[in-house]
Write a protein that binds this ligand. Structure first.
Ligand code: NOJ
Length: 500
């Protein structure tokens, strides 16, 4: 039976927690999810056709990576019209139908708000130069570096002035100190709330506001713990991003969004996210995503993140190598247990539920920063196209013959069915995670009566289990067993138990 959502009017009242708090949000990279018209590019109608799958999987919401018109310098993160839908992705009507159908099934819609910058082809860049950050000197005014390499300042041939860009030169940064920029983006947020969006993932939040005096970034005093190009690691990135008055920008988004949750992509170690949580409902926990597959490293990342509060857990997305590629295919199931039992929002990137791996670099290269490998199409069936498109796909699938949703849904022992079971079981798990002591190479925590135990290593391990515990699930048939107060877990396996 369709789950059906309450209409927006009955959204939670003030003081109540946002719906994202314990939600499973499934990230869809629209171009690579499902093509409906044979042009080789995924689209909204394709997403809609796969809603029954998402409902079966049990997700609470889908996050659509940008669906707006874009010249694709950064594959959708360079937007030319924040209120429109890219023609290759669909029409306004496709969007309305998707929202209505998703809501009927109890699935909410999270849109991507790309607010820190626009495409250089956005009409604002010529019509409203005051919306951007410029410098008139012969040389760049500071030493700031763009995240994708090179200086953050590029000369505009039309005016001879330098403009600021935190990412590609085709993505000029907006000046959020300008109240008219804030109002223009608030208008975008209100537009999509009016069209049925239930929440927003906010892109590159830490770049929205920079030092007002454009001072240099000083040399690094301590290692930055998240991956970054080498040249940026040599700097202490305190002026080119993460300004102390970020609240001026976030308050504008918050007010426009009303009760719709805002999840921020703040690419900072979790120790620096607190100012963002004053206005956002949650921020992604990149400490966990980038931790080594090592019990101590994961435990430390989880502890730091839990202490911050408001962390949305995420272990992969369209920017970084997939879990099976980064942490090892043998660990993909245990990683799923970790992601889905930590409590708080959990973001699942499309294809992770199939244990998908990265593909080889694409030819021709699509993303200049090397992210094509993790953006290859979703694998629905064993045919060469993986059921993604009846045309020539913009990126080819990796290995649909051996990894696809059709085969895995029919196999009770598949990783897909493990994800589905986990999403069901997590609804019964309550309470803050409390880590417990466990042997080297294992990670274990309690949440209320439930215990989650993960064996990261290649040999079997034993984790204590309270008397009267029952096995709720494990990563594969026979991967764990309870025996007289002991939970025996096979190599690379994980289990959830419950004290009755
Ligand atoms: C983060 C997005 O996830 C990434 O794909 C994009 O390139 C940058 N922000 C810039 O918008």
């Amino acid at each position: 039976m369709a789950r059906g959502l309450e209409p927006a009017a009955s959204a939670p009242g003030a003081g109540e927690r946002p719906w994202t708090d314990d939600a499973v949000v499934y990230e869809i990279y629209p171009r690579s999810f499902q093509d409906s018209d044979g042009d080789g590019i995924g689209d909204l109608a394709g997403i809609r056709s796969r809603l029954p799958y998402l409902e079966w999987l049990g997700v609470d919401a889908i996050w659509l990576a940008p669906i707006y018109p874009s010249p694709l310098a950064d594959y959708g993160y360079d937007v030319t019209d924040h209120k429109a839908i890219a023609p290759e992705i669909g029409t306004d009507q496709d969007f309305d139908l998707l929202v209505a159908d998703a809501h009927d099934r109890g699935i909410r819609i999270v849109l991507d708000l790309v607010v820190s910058h626009t495409s250089i082809e956005h009409p604002w860049f010529r019509e409203r130069p005051d919306f951007y950050v410029w410098s008139d000197g012969p040389e760049p005014p500071n030493n700031w570096l763009a995240s994708f390499g090179g200086p953050s300042w590029t000369r505009d041939p039309a005016t001879g002035r330098l403009y600021l860009h935190s990412f590609y030169p085709e993505q000029p940064d907006l000046d959020w100190r300008n109240p008219e920029v804030r109002e223009a983006m608030a208008d975008v947020v209100r537009h999509w709330v009016g069209r049925g969006a239930d929440g927003f993932r906010v892109d590159a939040v830490d770049r929205m506001v920079k030092d007002a005096e454009l001072r240099d970034d000083p040399p690094a005093r301590e290692p930055f713990p998240l991956p970054m190009p080498e040249a940026l690691l040599r700097r202490d990135l305190v002026n080119s991003r993460d300004a102390p008055d970020i609240g001026i920008a976030l308050a504008a988004l918050r007010e426009a969004a009303g009760r719709a949750p805002l999840i921020g992509e703040v690419y900072l170690p979790v120790a620096r996210v607190l100012p963002y949580l004053e206005h956002l409902d949650a921020v992604f926990g990149f400490d966990l995503l980038h931790a080594e597959w090592d019990a101590d490293a994961l435990a430390a990342a989880i502890d730091r993140s839990s202490a911050a509060g408001g962390i949305a857990w995420v272990t992969s997305n369209h920017d970084f190598p997939r879990v099976a590629t980064r942490w090892g295919e043998e660990n993909a199931r245990a990683a799923a247990v970790l992601l889905l039992t930590l409590g708080g929002a959990a973001f699942v990137y499309q294809g992770e539920e199939l244990g998908m791996v990265d593909g080889p670099a694409a030819d021709p290269v699509r993303d200049r920063y090397g992210r094509d490998a993790c953006r290859r199409p979703m694998q629905w069936d064993p045919t060469p196209s993986g059921g993604f498109s009846r045309g020539d796909p913009w990126l080819s699938p990796v290995d649909p013959a051996t990894r696809n949703a059709d085969d895995q849904s029919a196999d009770p022992g598949s990783i897909l069915n493990l994800f589905r079971e986990l999403i069901g079981v997590r609804r019964e798990i309550h309470g803050t995670p409390a880590r417990i002591g466990s042997p080297d190479g294992t990670l274990a925590f309690d949440r209320g009566a439930h215990r989650v135990a993960i064996n990261l290593g290649g040999s079997p391990a034993v984790v204590p289990a309270p008397a009267g515990s029952e096995l709720v699930l494990c990563t594969a048939p026979g991967a764990a067993e309870l025996h007289e107060g002991e939970l025996r877990i096979g190599a690379h396996a994980a289990a959830v138990t419950c004290e009755r």
